[in-house]
Design a protein around this ligand. Structure first.
Ligand code: ZN
Length: 155
């Protein structure tokens, strides 16, 4: 399949997925848990429902970002600028385009950009380690969530 059709396919896929997620996020919480009334449920169940919501929202944001990139790439393709690095203007490696149809950077420029985005890894590990004493940290779609312990159970 040529890149243009791959981009179109990806665009359709993303549009479908973001549509589904948006619908789910727009549904009131009470309706998504319709087997039981909200009041009958254990608080933890509602908590996990809220957590799922947050996760969905994070994923939706990432998908929308990708969709934007796909739109961009399609636009470039139509103008005959597809496959050209937007930073250095060189042709992007075909193997790289094959893996990421919507990339706008050559391998070299992408690496440089990644380096400037990267935060000190040691610091993140330390914070996560500290948090795990009180609860658990979750890494969902690049977003970090912290779920506190359910209080101490006295017996
Ligand atoms: Zn480049």
């Amino acid at each position: 399949m040529d890149p243009y059709n791959r981009l179109l396919a990806r665009k359709q896929e993303l549009e479908q997925m973001t549509g589904t997620l948006q619908e789910r996020l727009m549904t009131p919480l009470a309706e998504t848990t319709d087997e039981l009334s909200l009041y009958d449920q254990h608080p933890a169940d509602i908590g996990s429902e809220v957590f799922e919501r947050e996760k969905d929202r994070g994923i939706l944001e990432l998908m929308q970002l990708e969709l934007e990139k796909v739109h961009d790439a399609l636009h470039k393709y139509e103008q005959g600028r597809y496959g050209v690095c937007e930073v250095c203007g060189q042709a992007i490696e075909p193997a790289r385009l094959d893996r990421m149809v919507n990339t706008t950077l050559c391998a070299g420029c992408a690496r440089q950009r990644q380096d400037s985005f990267r935060r000190p890894a040691e610091e993140e590990v330390l914070i996560a380690g500290d948090m795990s004493d009180r609860g658990e940290t979750f890494q969902v779609a690049g977003y970090e969530y912290f779920e506190s312990g359910d209080g101490s159970s006295s017996g």
